[in-house]
Write a protein that binds this ligand. Sequence first.
Ligand SMILES: [Mn+2]
Length: 324
Amino acid sequence: MSIWIFTHGDGDGLCAGALALAANPGAQVFFTHPYGLLGDLEQVKAQDKVIICDIALSESHLPKILDKFREIVQSGELLYIDHHPLPELLSKYELPGRIYHSLGSSTSELVYLVFQGCLDPLLSRVAIYGAVSDYLDNTPLIGQLLKKWDKRTVYLETGILVQGLQEMKREHNFKRIIISNLANNVPPSFHSMLVDLAIQSTHREEVVFRELKEHIQTHGEIADALNVPFSLGKTAIYTMALAGAIIGIAGEKRGNFIDMSIRTSEKNLDLNRLLRHVAPKYGGSGGGHPAAAGARIPEGSFSDFIKNLDEAVRNLRKIEKDAE
Ligand SMILES: [Mn+2]
């Protein structure tokens, strides 16, 4: 019998994976993503224990993923711990296995809660690093945990983790070392290469930030920046902020598609719902969190997609105004 931890390669995924590893010593850690999950689960054998953290269930693979989940549960054990919106029409009660799902918390917070009973209480800071990584430190539990630490130190450690990881896209062995350090309660700043990478990445971010204005285009309430060679998520935030727009989009051309990160600072706007509705109209797909989402749209439809998104936002605002 083996124990598997399938997790995401970002800050929240690493911290969630580390907490799961601390509670399940000897587990094999594997990095995956929504579109790779099904294939990666092929390695699981009968009677294995599988812990999946921070991996959204992709709509397109859903029936097969559910089959696989059922198969695992039949002879082994499955824990699915996540905070991404579930596919529409799927309720968490239909999922086989032990399901821990909540939209408002980071996966790290959820994993911490699930395994709290067998974790060293000092690992609470790893839950905080993960929460901050996903901008989800504003929850009651994380607030409470943070009181037992100095937040300035905790934020510095999170910054080193997140900024360093930015330079490490698919370096899975490197990420495995970071996970095992975190599981042993060794903070990110004790890995000197991670610190160096974090500083490099932060300086690169500053250069990109200073030059970004020249790449921004605005269309009504939407601002976008295409093919800026930098983190799409961060570029989307800075694009929104510099343009004073309601929605910021950072996209890059991949094949015949534009892959994009989309961010909003508007509390009443639900990007996940909006994109799940608008993107398919243009032969694309989209979704994510209410304030942070992604989409993939055929290149030829990109400008129509932006127009439609702008109209949708304007309509929403109109409805709100009328309701006032
Ligand atoms: Mn996450």
